[in-house]
Design a protein around this ligand. Structure first.
Ligand SMILES: NC(=O)c1ccc[n+]([C@@H]2O[C@H](COP(=O)([O-])OP(=O)(O)OC[C@H]3O[C@@H](n4cnc5c(N)ncnc54)[C@H](O)[C@@H]3O)[C@@H](O)[C@H]2O)c1
Length: 260
């Protein structure tokens, strides 16, 4: 399918996990890409994973660097003639008890996940506003809607991303810019693999509570981003698309079996 042929898409956190899968997804549909990641090695691997012939520029920089993000948006607009879409996937997680958490750690999580998302939204939207069109997808999380133990900063940051998305959708709708989020459940990426390796993420327990009985694959999150960016979603803004196997719908401790 070439639904995104020629579309100019900026993706952050593109070196790993959901961002890298999203880059592969859009490249497979003919998009022109601008990839950003703070980890230069990961970024190079993300670029190397794209299908041959993909038109892609990149920048190794942090989304928290306002000057670098403005320069990236300007460079992309100059090279491609504009920016059609953004997927904000750069993010970090810290797992620690709230009574012991350090304020500078809390600030760092907020800085990357929320302030960084805001910085990239604004840098890209300045170009989109001139064109009178654009689509932004912020990767939030089921934890943008729920609390969770030992993830205070993460949950606060993702709740912030949800309401940042709402606010920008309202303010920028009249400018032709749509702003939505995708809210994944646990997804098989290096971020989650690291938690699994440290014994603080239990795939079986999460799967048992999930009506579809498993965690997500990064390609499934990428496909949701593809839909929200596409023309098929042209009337959708300020929406949060759960890709969570029914996690948020389930108020029960485990997912009831179909037989009960
Ligand atoms: N994996 C999950 O279970 C899950 C669930 C819900 C939401 N999310 C969110 O999805 C997004 C992607 O997560 P993932 O699982 O792919 O993580 P990941 O760690 O596998 O990949 C994240 C990428 O972001 C980059 N990054 C981190 N800080 C950055 C910064 N300051 N500037 C630029 N790049 C930076 C990292 O280098 C990495 O390449 C995150 O926002 C995360 O919170 C993930």
């Amino acid at each position: 399918m070439q639904r995104h042929k020629g579309r100019r898409v900026l993706i952050t956190g593109a070196g790993n996990g959901i961002g890298a899968a999203t880059a592969r997804f859009f490249a497979g549909e003919g998009a022109r890409l601008y990839l950003i990641d703070s980890d230069a090695e990961a970024l190079a691997a993300g670029l190397a994973g794209l299908p041959g012939g993909t038109e892609a520029l990149s920048r190794a920089a942090s989304v928290t660097d306002e000057v670098a993000m403005a320069a990236a948006a300007d460079e992309m607009a100059a090279a491609f003639g504009g920016i059609d879409a953004v997927v904000n996937s750069a993010g970090v997680v810290v797992v620690e008890p709230a009574l012991e958490a350090r304020t500078d750690t809390f600030r760092k999580v907020l800085d990357v996940n929320l302030v960084g998302t805001w910085i990239v939204c604004q840098a890209a939207a300045r170009h989109m506003a001139r064109a009178g069109s654009g689509s932004i997808v912020n990767i939030s999380s089921v934890y943008g809607f729920q609390g969770a133990p030992n993830r205070t900063a993460y949950c606060a940051s993702k709740g912030g991303v949800v309401n940042l998305t709402n606010s920008l959708a309202v303010e920028w709708g009249p400018l032709g810019i749509r702003v939505n989020s995708v809210a994944p459940t646990g997804t098989r990426t290096p971020m989650v693999q690291d938690l699994i390796d440290r014994g603080i993420y239990d795939v079986d327990a999460v799967s048992r509570r999930t009506p579809l009985r498993r965690i997500a694959e990064p390609e499934e999150i990428a496909a949701a981003c593809g839909f929200l960016v596409s023309d098929e979603a042209r009337m959708t803004t300020g929406h949060h698309l759960g890709v969570d196997g029914g996690w948020l719908a389930n108020g029960f401790l485990t997912a009831p079996s179909a037989a009960v």
